[in-house]
Design a binder for this molecule. Structure first.
Ligand code: HAM
Length: 417
């Protein structure tokens, strides 16, 4: 019996992977232009890290983590997101002592045990960006501008930005109380999970995916009516700068995000072209998280983009593929040896060259040159071998000319451009 991959875990095959490479290369360039440095973090962490940061009552921690006991009985988890790991590394390596502001990005796989469907997988990839050490609302807007710029550069046409403020430890308790009173009077409509959440963390009801809960939540009080003056000033500044940059956005006072660590600004970008799983990116501030994880009292903000969803949006995009410059077609063992030497020499000069292995007919070799979409074919036969020459064929126009290989590869390199 053959062994197949795990449900929700995908192979990204050549033909698809070019889109991913384009996404990753463009991301690196733009993030680095905005001052970000890459950080590589492990895929496995202590379970406690995620339970403490993402929150015990979130869907991610309650239902979606890949957790297991290692051989020594310690509970470990495949990371469901990157923020917690980046902050753990930031604290562990005292990165805050190096510079007051750190901008860190990472690209890699995350794991969540969700029901797989188009755009939702159990192993999925995120581009993750975090800024530590800036309280100024300019950074909130800087991140949104950068994110939208990146999406535009990648060729994503339609995006919708939603923003909200989730308040802080001073004003959120009042909002939580008001939510609790609101849902208490509608207890019978809530799902069993939300009935429990009402006691532990009523904000989580706002993020429940059950249709009945979503419907009740749409009439819930707005957090914006509860913001303290500092949170309000911060949010006003964010809105004002978004307008200055002429960035279209909507304020969604019911957006709480699926992770518990957020304070103040939260934002999401979705695309109507994506169907049910329409969130491309999400993020926000987490001004208390570093302290809560045992680190210094330093504010933070970040976002993550789902690469699979980006790749879906770029499906039609052309011009992402590279093709060989030359296909060397050789006839007879002597010519094949010469061709192999020439192919290798050209490759060592950084030119993409292909040739066949084994003794193949010219027709079969030219078929392969066509299939690989090589720009040129270089035909080396017994006859050419004697005169030290080869025939160069432009595969698009069909134009052929003799190349003298006796004096080296210069003429050939010049002709193929
Ligand atoms: P998140 O909203 O949970 O945020 O995930 C961010 C993005 O990851 C989503 O908008 C979506 O594009 C993608 N994504 C999430 N789950 C899946 C899945 N099962 N399959 C495919 N794509 C998925 C976070 O993870 C936060 N750590 C973001 C952040 C960084 N906040 C502050 N810093």
């Amino acid at each position: 019996m053959t062994i197949v991959g795990i449900r929700g875990f995908r192979d990204i095959l050549p033909g698809d992977v070019e889109r991913w490479q384009f996404i990753e290369n463009t991301t690196r360039k733009i993030l680095e232009d905005f001052g970000f440095k890459e950080i590589k973090i492990p895929v496995l962490e202590k379970t406690e890290l995620f339970a403490r940061s993402i929150g015990e009552d979130t869907d991610i921690v309650e239902k979606e983590m890949y957790s297991f006991l290692d051989r020594k009985g310690e509970s470990l988890t495949l990371r469901p997101e990157a923020t917690a790991s980046v902050l753990r590394a930031y604290i562990e390596h005292n990165l805050y002592k190096e510079e007051p502001i750190k901008k860190l990005y990472s690209i890699g796989p995350m794991f969540r045990y969700e029901r797989p469907q188009k755009g939702r997988y159990r192993q999925f990839y995120q581009i993750n960006a975090e800024v530590l050490g800036v309280e100024d609302p300019k950074i909130d807007v800087e991140l949104m501008v950068m994110l939208l710029h990146l999406l535009k550069r990648l060729g994503v046409r339609r995006t919708d930005l939603s923003v909200n403020s989730l308040g802080c430890s001073r004003c959120r308790p009042q909002f939580r109380d008001s939510l609790r009173s609101f849902f208490e009077t509608r207890l019978d409509i809530l799902c069993p999970d939300c009935k429990r959440r009402l006691k532990t963390n009523p904000l989580r009801i706002m993020d429940c995916k059950m249709e009945t809960c979503t419907k009740v939540a749409s009439d819930a009080p707005s957090i914006l009516d509860f913001l303290c003056s500092e949170c309000l000033t911060h949010f006003d500044a964010v809105e004002e700068m978004l307008r200055t940059f002429e960035i279209p956005y909507v304020v969604n006072p019911h957006m709480v995000r699926g992770l518990d660590y957020y304070t103040r600004t939260a934002f999401e970008i979705s695309s109507s072209e994506l169907g049910a799983q329409n969130a491309i990116a999400g993020g926000g501030r987490y001004d208390n998280l570093l302290k809560e994880l045992g680190g210094p009292d330093i504010p933070g903000i970040g976002f993550a983009i789902g690469i699979e969803r980006l790749a879906l949006l770029l499906e039609e995009r052309e011009g992402l593929f590279r093709f060989p410059k030359v296909f060397v077609a050789a006839l007879g063992s002597e010519a094949q040896n010469d061709a192999f030497r020439l192919t290798t020499a050209l490759r060592l000069k950084g030119i993409w060259v292909e040739m066949d292995y084994g003794d193949k007919s010219l027709k079969s070799q030219m078929r392969r040159a066509n299939k690989l979409k090589a720009d040129f074919a270089l035909i080396m036969g017994e006859q050419e071998l004697k005169s030290g020459s080869a025939t160069l064929r432009d595969m698009k126009t069909g134009h052929q000319e003799e190349i003298d290989l006796g004096k080296g590869m210069d003429e050939l390199i010049e002709k193929i451009g």
